[in-house]
Ligand binder design. Sequence first.
Ligand code: RUB
Length: 319
Amino acid sequence: MTLEETARGIRTMEIRGAGRIARAAVEALDAHAEALSPATLEEFRAGMRQAADILVATRPTAVSLPNAVRSVMRGLDRATTLNEARAALHERARDFIASSLNAVGSIASIGARHIRDGDVVMTHCNSEAALACIVEAHRQGKAIEVVATEVRPRNQGLLTIRTLNDAGIPTTYIVDSAARSFVNRADLVIVGADAVTANGAVVNKIGTATIALAAHEARTNLVVAAETYKFAPVTALGDFVPIEERPPSEVLPDEIAAALPHVRVRNPAFDVTPPEFVDLIFTEQGAIPPSMAWLIIRDHLGWSIDEFRRAAEGGGNRA
Ligand code: RUB
């Protein structure tokens, strides 16, 4: 796939889900580095920066994307020759992909411990990390059931029920607005994340916050499966995570909307669940309370105060 094809795939959501988006972007950077034939190291750096910008601009909310791109592009920092730069970038790309896949495996085993034999687990959207926990609990022989939402308007729930069905997990499929009626019967809600902010708030598919509110009211625990590269460094500076607003036509076909001139359709793709509704976040570093999010950003992602400042001045990743 060319860089443009990957960028288009992410924009149109053929490639979707924060982890998959990050890995696809890294693959695209790696391939682009191979394809470029610059005369100098500076030309290579400029070409790669341009590619990085194109990828980061594809979807604004999944912080996995700028974090992944930044981690690969850092390979260019210390290189003194073109060959060194290419090799460092390639190595970082391979490392990122391997550690992303390993992280999902670690989260699966940590998350599965939290799922008990006989549990009914609710999930929303289609999260590789959340599903990995559920599938691992089932693989360990726990008799679990899943309630999965439809996820209007793009119906990612269909992907989720296919995975659960393939794994042989008994699953109930519901429309999003039935979540309140079913969360009372669930023992646990498990979702993924597009971003985790410095205060432990979780940005995930629209509807997650409503389910979290209902879960809180029903005293059903809500846990989040999120690799550490989904934690958003610039939120430590007080920045907000931008919430992507997608085309109205995903909600209402244009021909129907055209006949309703007084109606405005809104289509935010994500919402923010406050930390007080999140019981635990499963990361590859362990199960952490949301109050530890800032430490993950500082100690694990290794953002120094200088980097926070540079990001604030517009020289770093937005999140
Ligand atoms: C996907 C979504 C997922 C997170 C985490 O939204 O909200 O819950 O991205 O997924 P979209 P994963 O379909 O709009 O990309 O655990 O796979 O990274």
